[in-house]
Design a protein around this ligand. Structure first.
Ligand SMILES: Cc1cc2nc3c(=O)[nH]c(=O)nc-3n(C[C@H](O)[C@H](O)[C@H](O)COP(=O)(O)OP(=O)(O)OC[C@H]3O[C@@H](n4cnc5c(N)ncnc54)[C@H](O)[C@@H]3O)c2cc1C
Length: 504
């Protein structure tokens, strides 16, 4: 059905949050005839995948690389259904150039599978059995995910969707469900390969929040394989904002509505069913209760529990409280003269400084560099964005927040200066974001980012479901399967849309 008008027989859906998860769910529901209202407390949509502008530079707040743009990829599928153009993008090749401590030549994660195989065989001799196991698990998991399983299932319909996605080829993954990457390394006789493990720790932390020892193997198989063809990571032309802007366009074209600077303060529940939201207009201070048939919460699961307050089911609340501490992020945004960028600089780099130090806390930095004509910097200038995972707690306990922020900023810039030419004369703009900044701009509890962590007890079949224990209350975003990233939260949005439609 082409739904340029709202189908009166379909329900009203109010969505908390215009992150990629909320916008994708909203745009799809509006396109399928639902009456959609999205509320976001921020100034611009996109959440962790939005942007801000300073002195002619455009900085991507968090996400800088996009998966799922290839034909059949999740963004491609959703944009096709919405009949909107996919953002223009260039493939990331290498997806990442990884510098281990003391090394001057990077490990290049090439886009071409054969080139990547040659690189890893040279970098990690004897590791091929591990990579072959990953390739086998990835092939099966990717096909399975492409058939839109509902994970974890919470009722018969979910279970049916899950079983429909299973094929004999999927069964090869089953014995590995409880394996971590650490287990697989030992299985392949690579348990003591420090260099390989350090590389995996670094890369996996980006996608799963945790190191190789803890990351669920089936999750890692996908995270470590999507950078190669026929999938791949992409750098959007213009900025990350394009993704959100296109989704907003589709939403509004199909009769949906987006209200920015509107905070949802409470989800109201009656007889076990979400029925309304308490909303505050930040500009006018007006507070009102909005009745709805469905609530889609595009928030971290920790925020969901807060929005439910006393009405949160005790088991659910307890499970959320017992989750391991999630990571926050510390990000430095630099607008620089092109003379700061070394020749042939890859667009995405990862550095580890001290082999014995933590992955994060500025000891490792993930760096994205703009390239000429990509819309992020004026001619002759570039942006450098460097992020590191941090423990959010000290950022809230410190009695001298500005000093802590300054210390982290100086430390990050000093580390970046080992690669880039960073001097007062080449840095035009400098700014940093801490867990407090993320809490302010994205409303995420304590500024935590990237979901709940892909450990065995919280990934896929054992994670938080989109279907919450409260009827007609749906959770969408990086706390749910298949996890963080704009592609991940788009799958999550698609699942919720299908679950709502199935109630018709
Ligand atoms: C530093 C960093 C780097 C990253 N790099 C990448 C990358 O390269 N590639 C990638 O794919 N992913 C990356 N990610 C992860 C990715 O950005 C996120 O997983 C994804 O964007 C999360 O989307 P979401 O829709 O779940 O939630 P969010 O982006 O958190 O959006 C939630 C929205 O809800 C709003 N909101 C919350 N509570 C309320 C409320 N009570 N009332 C009203 N509005 C509310 C917020 O304002 C926000 O706009 C990165 C993340 C970070 C932090």
């Amino acid at each position: 059905m082409s739904s340029l008008a709202i189908d009166k027989s379909k329900s009203r859906v109010v969505i908390i949050g215009a992150g990629i998860g909320g916008l994708t769910a909203g745009a799809l529901l509006a396109h399928r005839g639902y009456n959609v209202l999205i509320l976001d407390q921020a100034l611009v949509p996109g959440g962790c995948a939005s942007t801000f502008k300073r002195q002619g530079f455009t900085f991507d707040v968090g996400a800088t690389q996009v998966a799922g743009l290839e034909s059949g990829g999740i963004h491609h599928r959703i944009f096709s259904e919405l009949a909107i153009d996919l953002p223009e993008a260039t493939p990331c090749d290498p997806a990442c150039a990884v510098y281990l401590p003391g090394e001057v030549t990077p490990i290049n994660v090439w886009r071409d599978p054969e080139k990547w195989q040659a690189e890893r065989q040279r970098q990690f001799p004897g590791s091929e059995p591990f990579w072959q196991l990953m390739a086998t698990l990835f092939a099966a998991s990717w096909e399975f995910q492409g058939r839109d399983p509902v994970l974890p299932p919470r009722n018969l319909w979910d279970l049916w969707q899950l079983t429909q996605a299973v094929r004999p080829s999927t069964l090869i993954t089953v014995p590995f469900t409880l394996f971590t990457v650490g287990d697989a390394l030992r299985l392949c006789g690579l348990g003591n390969d420090r260099r390989l493990r350090t590389f995996l720790d670094l890369q996996l932390k980006l996608y799963s929040q945790v190191n190789a020892e803890e990351t669920a193997l089936l999750y890692a198989a996908t995270a470590l394989s999507v950078s190669q063809l026929p999938q791949g990571l992409f750098h959007l032309q213009g900025s990350m904002q394009v993704l959100s802007d296109r989704l907003v366009e589709a939403l509004e074209r199909d009769g949906g509505k987006l209200l920015m600077r509107h905070t949802v303060e409470q989800i109201k529940v009656e007889n076990g069913k979400a029925t309304a939201l308490v909303i505050r207009n930040q500009k006018t201070g007006e507070v009102w209760t909005e009745a709805t048939d469905h609530v889609v919460a595009n928030v971290a699961v920790q925020n969901l529990v807060q929005l439910l307050g006393e009405q949160a089911p005790s088991g659910y609340k307890h499970r959320v409280e017992k989750l391991p501490q999630a990571s926050g992020a510390f990000v430095v945004y630099l607008g620089v003269d092109d003379s700061a960028i070394p020749p042939e600089c890859p667009p995405h780099l990862q550095f580890l400084y001290d082999a014995n130090g933590p992955i994060g806390e500025n000891n490792s930095l993930f760096v994205s560099v703009s390239h000429p004509g990509d819309g992020r910097a004026p001619d002759g200038k570039s942006t450098i964005i460097a992020s590191s995972f941090v423990d959010p707690t000290p950022w809230w306990l410190t009695d001298n927040y500005p000093l802590l922020k300054q210390k982290y900023t100086e430390e990050a810039i000093a580390r970046l200066a080992q690669y880039f030419y960073l001097k007062p004369e080449t840095i035009i703009h400098q700014e940093a974001a801490t867990p407090r900044t993320f809490a302010h701009y994205t409303a995420r509890d304590r500024g935590i980012v990237g979901g709940i962590g892909q450990r065995i007890p919280t990934f896929g079949p054992f994670g938080f479901a989109n279907r919450t224990p409260i009827n007609h209350l749906w959770l969408v975003g990086d706390s749910t399967h298949p996890g963080e990233g704009t592609a991940g939260v788009s799958y999550s949005a698609l699942t919720v849309v299908r679950q709502i439609e199935a109630l018709k």
